[in-house]
Unconditional design. Structure first.
Length: 190
């Protein structure tokens, strides 16, 4: 599935591995999550995909020709646009035990060895997808709160201007504006 075809607002998981068999296995394990799965066959392809669209998570193979997983992770964490995207490193069980330490030091959120338990991988990915959705929900609520605060500030500025005018304001209209502001503030708290 290409990155361009998955811009429907769902989270998206970036699968980075130079081996076709590994990508197929990841797609088989994660397909039931009903989130867009985007492939990258190298660190360079991964970086391009990450700059094209947001992802909830990156599953990143450690050993790849060219830019390896550690270098790719360092590049991901270096960019403001991608620094908060969690990374789960995937590597062969026979790899150096220092890889796990290096992976976490590079900014990995988790580290799994191949062959991995499909249920464990799916559960871990589900947790990161859920965290991503909750972060998006919090961002929407924060934006809504900021908009409401801006509206209240604007109305208060109008009231202040009326009170500072040379002619005394209409008290009935002033009371109604204050009641409106009170409703706006109360709605923001509820």
């Amino acid at each position: 599935m290409s990155a361009e075809a998955t811009t429907d607002g769902r989270a998206g998981i970036l699968l980075v591995d130079d081996m076709e068999d590994n990508l197929i296995a990841l797609e088989a394990v994660l397909g039931s999550l009903n989130e867009p799965l985007v492939r990258a066959r190298s660190g360079e392809e991964a970086m391009k995909a990450l700059l094209r669209r947001p992802f909830a998570l990156v599953l990143l193979d450690v050993r790849m020709p060219g830019m390896d997983g550690f270098e790719t992770a360092a590049n991901i964490k270096r960019l403001d646009q991608t620094k908060d995207v969690p990374i789960i490193f995937l590597t062969g069980a026979e790899d150096d035990s220092g890889y796990a330490f290096r992976g976490y030091a590079t900014g990995a959120a988790d580290y799994l060895t191949k062959p991995f338990d499909p249920w464990v991988l799916r559960a871990k990915v589900s947790v990161f997808l859920d965290l991503h959705r909750k972060n998006q929900q919090l961002e929407r609520l924060l934006a809504q709160d900021q908009a409401e605060c801006g509206e209240v500030a604007g109305r208060l500025a109008e009231l202040e201007a009326e009170l500072e005018a040379e002619h005394p304001p209409d008290l009935r209209a002033l009371r109604e504006q204050i009641r409106e502001l009170r409703r706006l503030v109360h709605r923001g708290r509820g």
